[in-house]
Structure formats: C-alpha cells, structure tokens
Design a binder for this molecule. Structure first.
Ligand code: IMP
Ligand code: MG
Length: 180
C-alpha cells in the first residue's frame, strides 16, 4: 500500500481507472451540442481532474475556453452553511453554454451556488461534471450531468483533493487508513 507523509493510503480509484472514466466522460460531453463552450474549473480540488478532462475533451475534438473560480464554504467547524466566491472568473457568461468541473459532489451546496450564480449572470446552459459523486451526503436537490465514479462515504484524498492541505499530488484517489 502506498505510504505518503508516514500515512498508509489505500487506493480507491487508480490512475488507470480515472483515465478511462475521463475518456468516457469526454465522449459523453462531445455528444451534446454547445455553442461557445466555457469550461469553469472550481478550485482548488478540481485542478487535476480539470486538467486531464480538458485534454480528453481536446482528444474528442472540443476546443472550450477555460476559466477558474475559487469557491469556499464557510460555517461553524465542520458544518458548512454557505458558499462564497474567493476569486471570480474574468469572462462574461451571458448566452454561453457552461460546463462546471468539480472534484466531488457532496452536499451539493458548492455546485448549486455556482450553477445558480451562472444562470443569474445569463448563461444559456450550465452542466456539471464531477469526478466523484457522494450521493449519501446530498443536502440539495442537485445531480451532476457527468460523473466519474459513485463514491462511498469515505473522506478521500489525492488527484487534487486534500486532507489538511496534504495529498493533492497523488495520481490516484485513496483513503488514509492509518500510520505506516
Ligand atoms: P459540497 O458538495 O458543497 O458539500 O462540497 C463538496 C466539496 O467539499 C468538494 O468540492 C471538496 O472540495 C470537498 N470535499 C467533500 N468531500 C471530500 C473528501 O472526501 N475529500 C476531500 N474533499 C472533499
Ligand atoms: Mg472543492
């Protein structure tokens, strides 16, 4: 089992499995007609997924514009109560088809906030691609249009996702199981 920073990390989704799902998601996205497609990656957690999915989109013939938004949830302790924009996009979304990319869809608060905000700014359509769907944790009535994997209710790390700022660099998604 991989050991990183003295911790045992049990792989949940391997780099190969993720690459295969990215190709499949890109193929699905390519079947949808989009005008002037704008991809918005939600930082920080989605940065590796977005980078790989964008290259898979290129491989299926798409040429989107790419933007980044940094969102943060706030609240007391571990209970998140709201979402705020830390760093906004620069582009105008009016009349455009937007694809939001995030790492995990959990309560749905982050992506619901982003989706509603983009519609308020006049987007023509807003669809959602997530690497992982943690369905059991959902609090909002929101579904992703494109999903890499259904995720069991573990706290996962790697492939962009962190635990206390660590493990984002791992090429796979895993679970910290203990000390090495
Ligand atoms: P929600 O859907 O608004 O609850 O928030 C989902 C966000 O919480 C994701 O974009 C991640 O940044 C973070 N998150 C949720 N679950 C995990 C996890 O298991 N590992 C790392 N980050 C997580
Ligand atoms: Mg996130």
């Amino acid at each position: 089992m991989p050991v990183v920073r003295g911790k045992l990390i049990e792989p949940l989704f391997t780099a190969e499995q993720i690459a295969e799902r990215n190709r499949a998601i890109a193929a699905q996205i390519a079947t949808r007609p989009a005008k002037d497609l704008l991809v918005i990656a939600i930082l920080k957690g989605s940065f590796i997924f977005a980078a790989d999915l964008l290259r898979a989109l290129h491989d299926v013939g798409l040429a989107p514009e790419v933007e980044f938004i940094t969102l943060s949830s706030y609240g007391t302790g571990t209970v998140s109560q709201g979402v705020r924009i830390v760093k906004d996009i620069d582009s105008d979304v009016k009349d455009r088809d937007v694809l939001l990319i995030d790492d995990i869809l959990e309560s749905g608060r982050t992506l619901l906030f982003a989706k509603q905000m983009l519609y308020e700014r006049g987007a023509n359509s807003v669809s959602i691609a997530v690497l992982l769907d943690k369905r059991v944790k959902r609090k909002e009535d929101l579904e992703a249009d494109f999903v890499g994997f259904e995720c069991p209710d573990y706290f996962v790390v790697g492939y962009g996702m962190d635990a206390a700022y660590a493990f984002r660099e791992l090429p796979f998604v895993g679970v910290v199981t203990g000390d090495a």
